[in-house]
Design a binder for this molecule. Structure first.
Ligand code: SF4
Length: 419
């Protein structure tokens, strides 16, 4: 089965996604999903290609939009980098990656250029054409580099993931080929200030690019080419200081690739085709699929779709931790945890301590001496009672201390008056 990206209009009325919009998976989203392996909800939503931002918006009515200033800055930087035949990128690639590019031959494989060339295609067909062209260009880059293009902009790559094929893209990624090797060049708008880049942003970018390298290596292997010719050394291009002058930084992805390959292997074992079907079948009752995305917040249609979406995703187990902050579903899952008084709202440490007790309400009942209803509750009940007694004793001490202090101050005041 191929999970193809579309611009959000494709419908799968028979499956869990129903008529809810899909989204083309990005390398960033896949790296993020692989790093959250304990969450069944995220795994199922990802494997169905569901647009997580739109689903979160339906469930919370929160747009979660970036600041207009950041969006404008990103667009301005992209325009600068792509202008003049990507001359800046080529210079940086020659300098930082030591690429011997004699003559620049470049191609762009974005959706607009496919639609211009072949009008009337559906979004899924556009994606397939982009993926086919990416594969053809990559084959030429690896097998006949002297005549192939050496700069490929907006490739759409194929990744084997969880027993299926996924089409994946990255916002602004370029494949640069020379010396019989293909390197990734990733263009990001976060700035390098005084030679310093935000380590969190760099880490997320490296994980996303590692997914791209893994998928390009899978494609090279199916072409009978040594996958190591897709290099683990990449070039990150960012703006310098507060302006738009691009600067390059060489990054080594080998650790990220090794870590993500293990996670992909684990997912393959977990989600073979039958396993995934069982998992989805186990989620629920007839009609437990997602609704179509309503148009206007605050309407009855929206409220009905929101209820139906909660019914569909509630049976999927979550694993809410601090690592979830980067997940597009975070606001929705946190709201659900607050509404159900889940112990996860108290933080990962408290949730781990609570063991098999999942709600704050039940924890308080057990702390007040309620009889445990299961071995899991019995395991934590005694500790909760001890914690309540210790807290009450501490509160009594705090309540008595100010009274004593007040008394001693009175005595001192009296003494002062006498002298
Ligand atoms: S935010 Fe929700 S869906 Fe995303 S990983 Fe966390 S628990 Fe899972």
């Amino acid at each position: 089965m191929t999970t193809s990206g579309s611009s959000g209009t494709g419908a799968d009325s028979s499956g869990f996604r129903g008529e809810f919009p899909s989204a083309t998976p990005t390398t960033r989203r896949i790296a993020e999903g692989l790093s959250l392996p304990a969450c069944e909800r995220r795994r199922v939503l990802d494997s169905e290609g569901i647009d997580l931002r739109k689903l979160s918006r339906l469930l919370t009515q929160d747009n979660g939009q970036q600041s207009p200033f950041l969006i404008r800055r990103t667009q301005q930087f992209e325009r600068r980098v792509l202008s003049n035949g990507m001359a800046d990128v080529i210079d940086l690639a020659r300098r930082e990656l030591d690429l011997r590019i004699e003559e620049v031959k470049q191609s762009v494989i974005d959706a607009a250029s496919i639609r211009d060339a072949v009008p009337g295609l559906t979004p899924d067909q556009v994606d397939r054409q982009r993926a086919d062209r990416t594969a053809a260009y990559l084959r030429d880059m690896l097998t006949q580099p002297s005549v192939a293009v050496n700069l490929l902009q907006k490739p759409l790559i194929r990744l084997r993931l969880g027993g299926r094929e996924v089409l994946v893209e990255q916002d602004l990624m370029v494949c640069a080929a020379a010396n019989e090797t293909v390197h990734l060049v990733d263009i990001e708008s976060f700035a390098e200030i005084d030679g310093y880049l935000d380590p969190e942003q760099v880490g997320q970018t490296m994980a996303a690019c590692a997914v791209a390298v893994i998928s390009l290596r899978q494609m090279a292997t199916t072409m009978g080419v040594d996958p190591k010719r897709i290099s683990d050394r990449m070039l990150l291009v960012t703006p310098s200081q507060t302006g738009f002058t691009p600067v390059g930084r060489l990054l080594n992805l080998s650790h990220h690739i090794a870590r993500l390959e293990v996670l992909i292997d684990n997912l393959d074992r977990l989600c073979d085709a039958n396993g995934l079907a069982d998992e989805l079948g186990a989620t629920g009752a007839p009609g437990a699929n997602l609704p179509a995305m309503p148009l206007t917040p605050g309407t009855d249609d929206w409220a009905a779709a929101e209820r139906r979406a909660w019914e569909a995703i509630s049976p999927l187990a979550t694993h809410l931790t601090e690592a979830c902050m980067s997940c597009p579903m975070f606001r929705a899952c946190r709201r659900e945890a607050q509404t159900t008084r889940s112990v996860t709202v108290l933080g990962t440490g408290a949730a781990q301590e609570a063991g098999g007790v999942f709600s704050v309400t039940r924890s308080i009942e057990l702390a007040n001496g309620a009889t445990p209803a299961s071995p899991a509750e019995a395991g934590i009940a005694a500790a909760l009672v001890r914690a309540r007694l210790a807290t009450e004793a501490a509160m009594r001490t705090v309540a008595v201390a100010p009274a004593n202090e007040a008394e001693s101050e009175d005595v001192e005041d009296e003494g002062g008056a006498v002298s």
